[in-house]
Design a protein around this ligand. Structure first.
Ligand code: EPZ
Length: 422
C-alpha cells in the first residue's frame, strides 16, 4: 500500500505542465484494435491505468513499443480471445474493448468491467446500443457474450449523455453497414479526441462534440498518428490548487476553454486568474466568496472536479452548495475533509459547505481517484502534516503528481507501507 505524506502551509509557484488526458487515452488505446495498420500515439500519460490497458492489448497479441509518452501499436497479429478477468477488472475503461472487438470481429466475451466506489456504473446503455446495431448480448455468470452476424447502422438515442456509451457505440459502428446516428451523445473533449483518431484511420465520423454523432460504416481502417488531448481534469485540479495556495502558479499545456465552467466559478468566487492561449496563471486570494454549483455533462461543471473543488469551497466565506447529478456516491471525501476541519453536511445529492478558516493535518484515506485529489489539495494548505492512505487511486489518474507538485514548492513524498499482518 502506498501513502502520501504532505507538509502543509504550502505556497505553489512556477509552472505545472499538464499531461495527456487519462479519459481519452483509455479509449484511444483500445481503438487501435479497429485499425489494420500501425497507430502512433503521442502525449500518452504515464499512469497505471495505461499500463493495465497495455497488458490487455499485449495479451490479445498486439505489438506495442513505448518511449515515455509516445506509443506505437500494431494490432495486425491480434486474436480475439477472451480477456482474463483479473486483468479486465483492473480498470473500468476495459469496457472499451467490448465496442472495439465487437466492431472489428463481431464477437466479444468479456468479464464485467471493474466498477468503482462512486456508483453502480452499469453499462446497460452500451449493451442496448450494441443490440440496436444487431448484436445479441448474453450475460453468463460474471461475463458478457456479445455476437453479431452483421452490424447494421441505425439511430440510437441515449437517455443519458454517457461518455462510455458514446465512445463504445462509435467503435461498434465504424464497420457497420450504413449510417449510425448517436443522439444525445456526450460532448466531452475526449469524445472529440477519440473521433479524430477514428477519422485519421479513415472512419467516416462526424458531429463529435455536438448532440448528434454520425458514423458511416467503411470496409477498412488504416494506420494513423494522433496526439492525446490535454487532460482538462488534471488541469482543473492544479488550477484549484493555485486558487488554494498559488502565487503566480502557471498551469500550462491546456485548452482553457475545456475548463471554462471551472474558470467561471472561480471568477464568481473573486479569484485572480489570467487566461492565456494554452495556460492559466492563478494566485490565491484571502476571501473567496461562496458559490452554488451543480455537476453536469460537458460543457457543464465536470463531476470529476466536484471533489477537488469542494476543498476550495471549504475555505470560502459563507455557505456554498454542491449538487452532484452524475454519480450516486461521489461524496466519500467529505468525512475526511471534515476530519481535517471542514464543515460539510450532506443531504441526498446535495452538499452544504460552511466556510472555515483553515484545515489541520490528519491521517486520511483516498477512497477513489478524485477524492484522493481533494485530500491532497487539503493537505497542501492544512496546518501540520497530512498522511493519505490508498494514494494508488490518485497515481492511476495524475501523471507524476509527486514530482509536479514538488517542482512548484510542495513538500510531499510517497512511501510504501507494509500492510500490517492481521
Ligand atoms: C467517464 O465514466 C469517465 N471515466 C469518468 O471519469 C467521468 O466521471 C464520467 O465519464 C463522466 O464524465 C472514463 O472516461 C474512463 P458515463 P463513464 O457513462 O463513461 C450512468 C474519473 O474520475 N450510466 O458518462 O462510466 C452512470 O452510472 C472518472 O476520471 C448508466 O446508467 O461515465 C453515471 O451515473 C470517474 N448506464 C452516468 O450515466 C450506462 O450504460 C454517467 O456515466 C452508462 C452510464
Amino acid at each position: 500500500m502506498k501513502q502520501m505524506v504532505l507538509e502543509g502551509s504550502t505556497k505553489l509557484t512556477g509552472i505545472v505542465e499538464i499531461s495527456g488526458s487519462k479519459n481519452s487515452a483509455v479509449a484511444l488505446i483500445p481503438a487501435t484494435l479497429l485499425s489494420d495498420g500501425i497507430v502512433e500515439l503521442d502525449n500518452v500519460p504515464m499512469i497505471s491505468d495505461i499500463e493495465a490497458l497495455i497488458e490487455i492489448l499485449t495479451f490479445l497479441g498486439a505489438e506495442i513499443k513505448r518511449d515515455k509518452q509516445k506509443m506505437t501499436i500494431d494490432c495486425a497479429k491480434v486474436s480475439n480471445k477472451e480477456i482474463p478477468e483479473q486483468i479486465s477488472k483492473k480498470l473500468r475503461a476495459s469496457y472499451y474493448f467490448m465496442g472495439a472487438l465487437l466492431g472489428k470481429y463481431k464477437h466479444v466475451e468479456m468479464y464485467f468491467p471493474g466498477g468503482c466506489s462512486i456508483g453502480k456504473r452499469p453499462i446497460d446503455l452500451h449493451l442496448s446500443g450494441f443490440e440496436k446495431l444487431g448484436a445479441k448480448v448474453e450475460v453468463a455468470e460474471n461475463k458478457y457474450m456479445v455476437d453479431a452476424k452483421e452490424l447494421i447502422g441505425t439511430d440510437i438515442e441515449l437517455p443519458i449523455a454517457s461518455v462510455g456509451a458514446t465512445i463504445n457505440l462509435m467503435f461498434a459502428a465504424v464497420y457497420a453497414k450504413g449510417k449510425t446516428r448517436i443522439y444525445n451523445a456526450a460532448k466531452e473533449p475526449h469524445i472529440v479526441n477519440v473521433a479524430e483518431l477514428l477519422q485519421q484511420m479513415g472512419a467516416k465520423v462526424s458531429g463529435a462534440g455536438t448532440h448528434t454523432i454520425e458514423i458511416e460504416g467503411v470496409e477498412v481502417l488504416k494506420g494513423a498518428q494522433h496526439r492525446v488531448v490535454p487532460d482538462y481534469i488534471e488541469a482543473g485540479t492544479y488550477v484549484i490548487a493555485g486558487a488554494l495556495c498559488g502565487e503566480n502558479l502557471e498551469v500550462k499545456n491546456i485548452v482553457p476553454e475545456h475548463i471554462a465552467s471551472l474558470i467561471n466559478q472561480l471568477k464568481q468566487m473573486g479569484c485572480s486568474l489570467t487566461v492565456l492561449k494554452d495556460s492559466v496563471r492563478i494566485s490565491k486570494i484571502e476571501n473567496y466568496k461562496s458559490v452554488a454549483v451543480k455537476t453536469e455533462v460537458y460543457p457543464g461543471f465536470p463531476t470529476d472536479l466536484q471533489q477537488p473543488f469542494m476543498t476550495l469551497l471549504s475555505l470560502a466565506e459563507g455557505t456554498s452548495k454542491v449538487e452532484e447529478t452524475i454519480f450516486e456516491n461521489r461524496f466519500m471525501h467529505v468525512p475526511y475533509l471534515n476530519q481535517m476541519g471542514a464543515n460539510i453536511t450532506i443531504e441526498g445529492q446535495i452538499a452544504t459547505i460552511k466556510g472555515v478558516k483553515a484545515f489541520h493535518g490528519s491521517d486520511v484515506v483516498a477512497t477513489d481517484l478524485r477524492a484522493g485529489a481533494a485530500l491532497i489539495l487539503a493537505g497542501l494548505v492544512a496546518e501540520g502534516q497530512t498522511v493519505i492512505d490508498g494514494i494508488e487511486h490518485v497515481l492511476r489518474g495524475y501523471e507524476n503528481i509527486e514530482e509536479k507538485l514538488s517542482n512548484v514548492g510542495a513538500k510531499l513524498r510517497v512511501r510504501e507501507i507494509e500492510l500490517s499482518r492481521v
